[in-house]
Design a protein around this ligand. Structure first.
Ligand SMILES: Cc1cc2nc3c(=O)[nH]c(=O)nc-3n(C[C@H](O)[C@H](O)[C@H](O)COP(=O)(O)OP(=O)(O)OC[C@H]3O[C@@H](n4cnc5c(N)ncnc54)[C@H](O)[C@@H]3O)c2cc1C
Length: 458
């Protein structure tokens, strides 16, 4: 089994990687973007759409696909990003939150239109969150009721019976599921590379192996070279931001691990179903998510080891054996009808703010804009965030630039060792809560899990 090498998606021989070079001289542009993931590239795209005369350059420390954008589960979904109640307290309020959700729904189709469904292996299924116990069933029903109170109608989110859910994907022990049609499953690396080619065509220069060492108003230092930004600097480094000055405790790099199986046979797919291109996730406290890959495998992800001391990040995504065993056992538990072998495991980090909600923080005096904090849901969010960032930079007050995501970065995470103890302690509590709920076999969510939610601020 392969381990690390960034991801299954990044490890193929047939990737169509656009030509990029390291920065080898001083450079002057209108907008300089730090980070070549989806956030940086969608911002570049939106800027050049709004003003094709603008000069824009992206500086990526490693190579395209090194960050979460090259390692994720490939759900391009319109699920709410962040916590509704938190965002409703920001400028724009409740109406702004609903407006964002409407925009996310538009975004998933925009992404596919701009990049081309066939170029990114986009399959329009939906997303389905399955419940496998009385407490999980109760939780999805409560979530549905809460969503209704936010005006989410039957067309966007509904309950499936156990039989309806199993007809879509035959998971053992399902009691019911939440289902939304607002999702495509994509090949995330094909998506990132298609976007990179699109922005290059629009005139954006992408520099790889070009780590930005210093970020100042109107100026970046990249090794021995200086980049002047006449109008704005954008920082789009999400889970990798903690090494920057003043950013150590702003975003927690939360680890997520994934695994793909060997290719399944036609007979095995018949036993599993999963013919609709749905993204599938669980309702246990120890969350999982997955898709049927375009090359006929199951890709499944979960938390694994949640966090490295002092906001550390991995190099090439190698996963510990304990996490690989946990994901393999989970697959056997979900699909006991077929033997499934793990082919490749990897991990990556996503950026989480202290209030679990995203931000587009534009400092109009320094002209430095920071974007991120999607807490594991950046595929669609990065597209919308890029459009908002572009409006803030080029136009000031617009409908997009006054939405609740536009705000100062929330308060800092706790200092170490509290941060490490907190992250690991909470994930341990969540797994104990799952065990307790299974034992109790009742509809109530464990008090431990409720306490953990409160401490985590979720
Ligand atoms: C395992 C996993 C599964 C996920 N599954 C999903 C999913 O199914 N659906 C979904 O919506 N979201 C998912 N996510 C989250 C999603 O991948 C991210 O939210 C999104 O990719 C963030 O994009 P980004 O461009 O902001 O950050 P990244 O993709 O992390 O890009 C940041 C880039 O900045 C670069 N960088 C950092 N420091 C510097 C520097 N000093 N100079 C230059 N460059 C620098 C990094 O090398 C990196 O390439 C998942 C994440 C992980 C890890």
């Amino acid at each position: 089994m392969r381990n690390g090498h960034l991801s299954h998606w990044m490890s193929r021989d047939d990737l169509d990687i656009p030509a990029t070079v390291p920065l080898d001289r001083d450079e002057e542009v209108d907008v300089a973007i730090v980070g070549g993931g989806l956030s940086g590239l969608w911002t570049a795209w939106a800027l050049t759409q709004a003003d094709p005369t603008l000069s824009v350059a992206v500086f990526e420390a490693e190579r395209l696909g090194f960050g979460a954008s090259g390692r994720n589960g490939g759900w391009l979904s319109a699920k709410p990003v962040g916590i509704r109640d938190v965002l409703a307290r920001q400028h724009g309020g409740r109406a702004g939150v609903l407006e964002i959700e409407q925009r996310l729904e538009e975004s998933i189709h925009d992404v596919v239109d701009v990049l081309g469904a066939q170029n990114i292996d986009a399959r329009h299924g939906g997303w389905m969150q399955v419940a496998r116990s009385a407490s999980e069933q109760n939780r999805i029903e409560n979530y549905l009721a809460k969503s209704r109170s936010w005006g989410v109608d039957e067309g966007r989110l509904r309950l499936l019976t156990a039989a309806e859910a199993s007809e879509r994907v035959n998971i053992a022990g399902v009691t019911g599921a939440l289902y939304s049609p607002d999702n495509y499953c994509v090949d995330p690396v094909k998506m990132l590379l298609a976007l990179a080619r699109t922005v290059q065509k629009a005139g954006v220069r992408i520099y790889t192996s070009s780590r930005v060492d210093t970020i100042e108003p109107g100026r970046l230092a990249v090794g021995a070279h200086t980049v002047r930004a006449r109008r704005h600097v954008v920082v789009a480094t999400e889970g990798y931001s903690s090494r920057q000055r003043g950013q150590r405790r702003r975003m927690l790099p939360l680890n997520s691990a994934m695994l793909v199986t060997d290719r399944l046979t036609g007979d095995q797919w018949e036993q599993i179903g999963w013919a609709h291109g749905d993204g599938v996730s669980g309702a246990a406290h120890t969350y999982f998510y997955g898709q049927r890959t375009p090359d006929g495998r199951i890709a499944i992800g979960g938390r694994g080891k949640p966090y490295r001391f002092a906001s550390g990040v991995d190099r090439d995504g190698e996963v510990d054996q304990h996490t690989i065993a946990a994901l393999t056992n989970l697959l056997a538990d979900l699909f006991p009808q077929v033997p499934l072998a793990a082919a490749h495991a990897w991990c990556g980090v996503l950026g989480v703010t202290r209030d679990w909600s995203p931000f587009i923080d534009n400092d109009s005096s320094s002209k430095i804009l920071r974007v991120g904090g999607y807490a594991g849901q950046g595929l669609t969010a990065a597209h919308l965030a890029g459009r908002i960032a572009s409006d803030l930079i080029l136009q000031g007050d617009t409908k997009l630039s006054t939405l609740p995501w536009v705000r100062q970065m929330p308060r800092r995470w706790e200092p170490e060792p509290l941060r490490w103890i907190g992250a690991h302690g909470l994930y341990r509590i969540y797994s104990i809560a799952d065990v307790l709920e299974a034992r109790a076999a009742g509809p109530r969510t464990s008090r431990l899990a409720l306490l953990a939610d409160k401490i985590a601020g979720r």
